[in-house]
Design a binder for this molecule. Sequence first.
Ligand SMILES: Nc1ncnc2c1ncn2[C@@H]1O[C@H](COP(=O)(O)OP(=O)(O)O)[C@@H](O)[C@H]1O
Ligand SMILES: [Mg+2]
Length: 443
Amino acid sequence: MELDSFSSFPTSTTTTTTAMSSHQREIPEDSVASYDTALSIDACLASATEEMLEVTEDLAKDEDILRQTLSVRSTISTSRSFAERMQRAEFFQNTPLVVIGRGTCGTIFEIPGTESAYKKGSDKAALWNDANLTNIACRAVTETKTCLQEIFPNVSIPRVPVVTGWISENDLENWWRENLRRFPKDTRKTGYLFQVQRILPLPKPCREALIHLYFPKTMRESAHEDPDNKACLVRPYLGQRRGERELSNPALSLQNFPLYLDQIEELELEVEAIQFAEEMAIGLATIHWKACLDGMDMEFVLGSAATNGELPTVVENFKTVAPFDIPAGDVERRQVHLWMLDFDKAEQLCLKKSWKSCCDKMVTAVTANDPYFPNPAAMGTLEQKLWDTFERAYLLAASDLLLTQKALPKEASKYPALFLKAWKKRATELAEDTEGDFVEFGE
Ligand SMILES: Nc1ncnc2c1ncn2[C@@H]1O[C@H](COP(=O)(O)OP(=O)(O)O)[C@@H](O)[C@H]1O
Ligand SMILES: [Mg+2]
């Protein structure tokens, strides 16, 4: 079964979730929109997911719902024409913006009815860095995806949201005059901003299951009703189990919900975790050896697939067929994907100058970040399996990516292995210092 035919133009629109087609019915779209915008785009995708879940027998348990949603084998299909989506986007041009994420550098706003978001912040240099490095990372993924997909046919290469617009200094005043009223009252401090592809939230049944399983009883009802929780992205923390601190302070928001290794194990998502480890490794290798970034403070989240493709559509026999409508969303594909984001603290690597300082930065980036990556110093069986998978995939992807990098010193072919070695050393030291706790960083 092909897991991700998403980037290439489909020759067939069949879907493995065959149950869906026989259960077509009107679904209230606002039931799954990231916010109460009745016609939000992700509604279509998420409602299809909900249908899939609804029609699957014996799916009463939250664990089953999460297993199915986060599965690396389930695929989903949606169909909404490009023209229809554009019409909707226009309709929503003046609708209020909704906060879907907050960090130390910026606040992210959904632009309702579109698959775009704004990132707004006061630090011009950090945002400019973020916008540009995000696109360097995005381009690196786009350019290497076909190649990497051949080496790793069964994985879905992590995506990077594309930055589609930056408001220049000259236009800022006008822009704010026209748009200020669209921002929620408590976010009306003007600043710099760029427009970026939105990572779509996980579908409603998944959000509900997370609340049932992991929120304190007294919070569940309010969590269900809290509109902020519609913008649900999950952070897979393959490098840490919950300790006392995490258990006594559970996450109370679905925005950036942390899913730790013990929860992954509890949910019997080991196969998924191994695949996510492989995908993260390919993603990190691409950031290092194609985009040439240190990856400082970058994030990995699980979100829903976008309805538009990441690579340009190529119709192989286009000369022999009449032009046709390309239903961008009508592609068989996995429903949940890893995304890489947040490059405001990242830096470009000068591999030609000093390998040692590059390696130091890369090691700090992976060890001082939140525990997305498997921890090479961890002892458990699953932990070691995850690290082995990660290491193998990282080295394989890196050696392929380095082939296309011109003008690097000869010894560059050894850098990926040297980096992993230095990472293991630092992780071991950290484990000794802090009894396995990762240093807290970011947000
Ligand atoms: N393109 C996006 N689509 C959807 N959610 C996003 C997107 N970018 C960021 N977010 C969410 O907003 C949060 C804050 O954004 P981020 O870029 O990490 O800001 P900061 O640099 O301030 O940490 C992220 O952790 C993520 O949950
Ligand atoms: Mg962040």
